[in-house]
Design a protein around this ligand. Sequence first.
Ligand SMILES: Cc1cc2nc3c(=O)[nH]c(=O)nc-3n(C[C@H](O)[C@H](O)[C@H](O)COP(=O)(O)O)c2cc1C
Length: 334
Amino acid sequence: MNSIERTSAVKIGPYTLPSNVLLAPMAGVTDRAFRQLCRRFGAGLAASEMLTAEVRLWNTPKSRRRMDHTGEPSPRVVQIAGYDPVMMAEAARLNVDAGAEIIDINMGCPAKKVCNRLAGSALMQDEELVARILHHVVRAVPVPVTLKTRTGWNRENKNGIRIARIAEDCGIQALAIHGRTRGDMYTGAAEHETVAAIKANVKIPVFANGDIDSPQRALQILQQTGCDGIMIGRAAQGKPWIFDEVNFFLESGEFRRVLALEKVRDIMRAHLEDLYALYGDQTGVRVARKHLSWYFRQHPGQEALRNRLVTIETPAEQLATLLEHFDTGVHRAA
Ligand SMILES: Cc1cc2nc3c(=O)[nH]c(=O)nc-3n(C[C@H](O)[C@H](O)[C@H](O)COP(=O)(O)O)c2cc1C
């Protein structure tokens, strides 16, 4: 038996999640179109790209788009990042007013722009400030607040357990732990021993995150860490159906059949159309390029097509090139 009994469904506040396999927030990737796509394939939650807590910076098309959750299935999760407890509380409140049903706090991101202001995972070095931020945000909103963080500030200071306990004491309702320290950035392999230790030290649901890229790996990490669920980031790029594959494997111990080319084509076409609708033609085509290159990285030998697709400037030409490629491919495969 290589599957596990599904543990009881995970609850965050009033929300029972449809799956314990979540999409990780990724700035520049997990826009509304991608979130909806992953939810359709069975992601249990899909947090927005992080939004700065500096409310004065929200009046840009980028921030306005990040705050727009039209058509997203419940519960809608908005991730906020910042360094000031009062500003974070205000940002959380405004997002709840705008429809957020769960607020997620980012203390996991090592990006420079955030860390210059001691935000994201850099906050882990100031536990007292972490407590104040979490306390303020939890008290500011009537919805569940969750925390995404790392195993520690650096390898010498793996304070993930202390941060997790602080979070629980402050009323945080779930944790996602990326199995790297802030100092690791994205290098080396994620280690999940510390994630397991964190899980063992708190009662709230914990989701393990980092380098989970297959159904077997998902199962292994669930078993190794004892976590309530997992969170998948990069492996969903160009493969949003990974959530269906993982859910199916965890439930049945069996593998989904490889997706037919026609299905992949239809998924990509619908995704591109959603991107044009969300961003407008010009930006939509640019955003679509990176998703196309992720979709095609699984198809070695398609470099010429990839290179061509990334130079195209209009939705009509981008879609036509994609369809032409698949029609030839599907025809050949038939
Ligand atoms: C392009 C990119 C953008 C990211 N943006 C965010 C973010 O906005 N907020 C956050 O908490 N983590 C962010 N992360 C970290 C991911 O959520 C996740 O923790 C990390 O990629 C490890 O998981 P994975 O190995 O499944 O990708 C980002 C990661 C990537 C690759």
